[in-house]
Design a protein around this ligand. Structure first.
Ligand code: FES
Ligand code: FE2
Length: 395
């Protein structure tokens, strides 16, 4: 006789990781964390932008007071997209018939209605935090969790670079790629890495640490990959473009929908004063902040056969930082929508970190679905600084 009190975990399959719409288990799980949705610098005062995150549309706008606000996509009246309207003061006014909403989603004006019924009209508003140059939103139900900070990336004396882009690849492909140490030697040929036999894959308080002693033939920091649950990762970037120092990078990967994802890459270069100024000038000359947007088009031309890796390798036509992205974007986009991927996979010994990632996510999704407490992942304030001699933060 079965125990009637026994609760069974729902079965979580690989496909559940890939789908993140509002009614999916992974979508609801990811919505229970703060997620970045836009670069602050791309949202000007008095402007509104449409944003698509996890197969849902939103309206993001910045009031005249400089504060960013996020509402659902459409006007409550007849459904025009609010982002095509005007920001007036700290409200957004629908372009169609002029209904206006404040940052709480409350309708505050209905110019053509003889007897305004504003008070009864409200669209959904989402909590926002602006931090490290990113606009974060909480898209989940109920109260948002405590907003997590990353002191190692706050050091204003150092040079930071924040880039974004959208790739036509499922976000999950990128999460797995972040700890896939075996691809560097082959796909990122210009690093001249060599994959050793020995690898340490550890579950930690923040997620997963993969260390591959000797991978880079240089500093141990370059042999390490950090995965911070649920959808971020960090690594040390070796010096590129003839520079003397590399960077620490933290990346957020957010599904745009089930076939594409938005990337936010924050890099901090431990350079100060004149060194920092000179570095910034060289970076501007190389177009380091603009290049991220060109990556998907170049990747697509390689997939289509218009050009190929051999030509890029030969001509050295693409700079170091952009080259890494072109290489990754090409293979990840080539995976396609991933719908049938699990039937075509043959995991090998070097996929051990990916297997752990899937296990952790499966555990978390099962707990989430059953309403059990989730693991409280915590990135320590000092992570990279422990592995290198770079100061973590301050001044
Ligand atoms: S649809 Fe927005 S005011 Fe009519
Ligand atoms: Fe890569």
């Amino acid at each position: 006789m079965p125990d009637m009190n026994e609760t069974r975990d729902i079965d979580i399959t690989f496909h559940d990781f890939l789908r993140t719409g509002p009614d999916t288990i992974a979508g609801r799980y990811l919505r229970s964390f703060w997620q970045p949705v836009y670069r602050g610098v791309d949202l000007l005062k008095g402007k509104a932008k449409p944003v698509r995150i996890m197969s849902e549309d939103f309206t993001l706008f910045r009031g005249e007071d400089g504060i960013a606000r996020m509402l659902e996509a459409r006007c409550a009246h007849r459904g025009a997209k609010l982002s095509v309207g005007w920001v007036e003061g700290n409200d957004i006014k629908c372009a169609y018939h002029g209904w206006a909403y404040d940052g709480t989603g409350q309708c505050v004006k209905q110019p053509a209605e003889p007897r305004p019924f504003c008070d009864k009209v409200k669209v959904r508003a989402y909590p926002i935090e602006e931090y490290l140059g990113l606009i974060f939103a909480y898209l989940g139900d109920g109260e948002p969790p405590v907003f997590e900070r990353f002191p190692e990336f706050e050091n204003s004396a150092y040079v930071t670079l924040l880039t974004t882009g959208t790739w036509n690849a499922n976000y999950w492909a990128q999460l797995e790629n972040s700890i896939d140490y075996a691809h560097t030697e082959f796909l990122h040929w210009h690093f001249h890495f060599k994959t050793p036999q020995r690898v340490n894959v550890d579950q930690t308080e923040f997620g997963i640490r993969v260390s591959v002693p000797g991978l880079s033939g240089g500093l141990s920091a370059y042999d390490t990959m950090i995965f911070t649950m649920p959808n971020t990762h960090e690594w040390a970037v070796p010096p590129l473009n003839g520079e003397k120092v590399g960077a620490f990078a933290r990346s957020w990967r957010i599904p745009r929908d089930d076939e594409s994802h938005i990337r936010f890459d924050l890099r901090i270069y431990p350079l100060k004063a004149e060194e920092a100024e000179a570095f910034k000038k060289r970076g501007e000359a190389l177009g380091m902040t603009q290049q991220a947007g060109q990556v998907p088009a170049i990747a697509q031309s390689i997939i289509d056969g218009t050009t190929d890796f051999a030509a890029i390798k030969e001509n050295r036509s693409i700079g170091g930082g952009q080259l890494v992205q072109v290489q990754d974007c090409t293979v990840m986009t080539s995976l396609g929508p991933m719908a049938t991927r699990e039937h075509k996979e043959m995991l090998g010994q070097t996929d051990v970190a990916i297997a752990l990632l899937r296990r952790l996510w499966k555990q978390e999704l099962q707990a989430f679905a059953a309403g059990r407490p989730l693991q409280q992942w915590k990135r320590p304030d000092r992570l990279w600084a422990e592995m290198t001699d770079a100061p973590a933060s301050g001044n």
